[in-house]
Design a protein around this ligand. Structure first.
Ligand code: AMP
Ligand code: ZN
Ligand code: FE
Ligand code: FE
Length: 290
């Protein structure tokens, strides 16, 4: 059993890197990829314990990227790209570039606090850091808004304040899709399109168009298996993977208590159960191509 898409509390998961390693061992997982949002901090903290526990740990990342502006002038939602560093560590330049992403997040967070204040909502950065530690994200803002009684559900926090089109929305200078994929490739990684079910492109034809474009940027994989995918979604993404000769990746997208229904190594009600041979297939195909 493997899980190639997990988050720690170094991004928006709730489980520490060390506890994630131990939970993975307990669950019988042989290979685990930590794919935190825009940071390798969780992976770095898990390396030594994973070695001690004989857990195969894969260095990964999940980048938030922006597609180009659409014709209607509205900014499209960010697209997540997974990067898998199957050769081991990414190039030092990739780590340096991730630091610039952290800086852009910090600026965005300060802008968001200021915008919320204009709306009569008083939050301090320290409030969010209780949850977000080294990397505060909007899910942490949502929890503080809930704690302080400004909203009654986490979703309301997004709908009223935090969503891209909500009142306090702040644009972060996320890398373009092209840059994100390019950075992963240049850093020595396999770039895979995360949870395609969340894309605005829903039908086979528009997905095909998108995949063709992303392949031009260097995309080599697509996340066919994910806890939010229904069997028919995975079937479609599998067909597309075959058509475009993309490597199939998959994982639960475990976030700990932030998404309690998603279980490490098995997804929602066991809908993402991947065996070790799935990882061997990824490696074999990737190394044959690179
Ligand atoms: P950040 O990376 O800090 O901008 O936060 C992005 C995360 O916020 C996403 O991965 C989602 O988990 C969550 N999110 C963004 N927009 C929404 C929304 N409209 N409703 C619910 N959750 C959202
Ligand atoms: Zn996340
Ligand atoms: Fe994601
Ligand atoms: Fe994720």
């Amino acid at each position: 059993m493997i899980d190639l898409h997990t988050h720690t509390d170094r991004s928006d998961g709730t489980v520490s890197p060390a506890d994630l390693v131990l939970q993975a061992k307990t669950a019988g997982i042989q290979a685990l990829a930590i794919a935190d949002h825009d940071t390798l901090a969780g992976y770095d903290l898990a390396v030594s314990l994973a070695a001690k526990e004989s857990l195969e740990l894969i260095c990964a990342v999940e980048l938030s990227t922006r597609p180009d502006f659409t014709a209607n002038g509205k900014r499209p939602r960010s697209v997540h790209i997974l990067g898998y560093f199957l050769n081991g560590e990414p190039a030092p330049a990739f780590r340096e570039w991730l630091q610039s992403q952290q800086a852009s997040r910090r600026r965005r967070n300060l802008d968001l606090i200021a915008k919320l204040e204009q709306l009569g909502v008083n939050l301090q950065l320290e409030d969010m850091q209780v949850y977000g530690r080294n990397q505060v994200g909007r899910p942490h803002f949502a929890r503080v808004l809930l704690d302080k009684g400004y909203v009654s559900t986490l979703q309301e926090a997004f709908d009223r304040y935090l969503a891209d089109d909500a009142e306090a929305a702040v644009e972060r200078d996320e890398p373009s899709l092209e840059e994100g994929i390019g950075r992963i490739c240049d850093g020595g990684g396999l770039a895979s399109l995360a949870h395609p079910v969340r894309l605005p492109q829903r039908d086979e034809q528009s997905l095909s168009g998108l995949l063709e474009r992303l392949q031009g940027y260097g995309l080599e994989g697509i996340e066919v298996y994910h806890s939010e995918h229904k069997p028919e979604d995975s079937a479609l993404f599998h067909t597309l993977a075959q058509r475009f000769h993309l490597i199939e990746t998959g994982g639960s997208d475990f976030h700990g208590a932030a998404k309690p229904e998603v279980r490490l190594g098995s997804g929602i009600n066991g809908n993402v159960c991947l065996s070790y041979s799935f990882l061997e297939q990824i490696r074999e195909t990737y190394f044959a191509l690179n």
